[in-house]
Design a protein. Sequence first.
Length: 283
Amino acid sequence: MKLTVENYYSNEANRHYLSKSIFTDFERCEAAALAKLNGDWEPQRDEKALLVGNYLHSYFESPEAHQAFLDEDKGDGTNADKMIAKTGKNKGKLKADFQVANAMIDRLKADEAFNQLYIPGQKEVIVTGEIHGVPWMGKIDSLDLENEFFYDIKTSRDLHEGAWVKTQEGRNIKVPFVQAFSYDLQMAVYRELIRQTFGVTCQPLIFAVSKQTPCELMGITFDGDDEQALLDTALERIEEKQTHIKAVVDSKEEPVGCGKCEYCRGKSTISNNLVGATQISLG
Ligand SMILES: [Zn+2]
């Protein structure tokens, strides 16, 4: 299957190729991820956060891409219209989240390193390849093959907030947002897919922006030994889990429900969720 701008986000592409979002969806809950992939279920999501991300990314992609984003209409009004507050203190003006997004854009626009590195790169480059024998796809925010770097813009509420995750041994540890959102795995995959597509090993650099006032700008590098180890560990995690995930996508193995997420909650009945009083899972 040949990937294009038109079919990149299609169900067909998602069935053929693994991607960071499909892989991590399946890691969180196989039952929910499969239902979403089959079009049987849509998660309740915060559409505004998605719009803010696309607003920011398209701005730095090109004026045409940004206009296309503003004009996009899936039958419930254009994105530009959705950004305007209909009630409250901002009535008739941009909603607060998009005022913050504009401040984030202004800060990046004025940043010297961002202008030197991110802006000249080739934008939204689709890459494919195989990771341990399974087809994967990715889309690079900004790629600079000449200087052997690729760049990704990430937004987060607070870059220092961190999140609790469970280790394989079952211990709860707090990790920075990069690991919490599997951006380390994404960078490891992209580095490998760029190498297979173009024959160049590029290093990742994340331009992170917080959604605070004023926002924090951070350049996150991966060239230290600990960071390179982080990328290697992410590829090992893929090798360990993807055979089963791919078999579930291909309907060769049954999905396992996590029993706690939005999808599983909606499917729970007293008889399929009968639990001993001391056996109720926590967190
Ligand atoms: Zn679940």
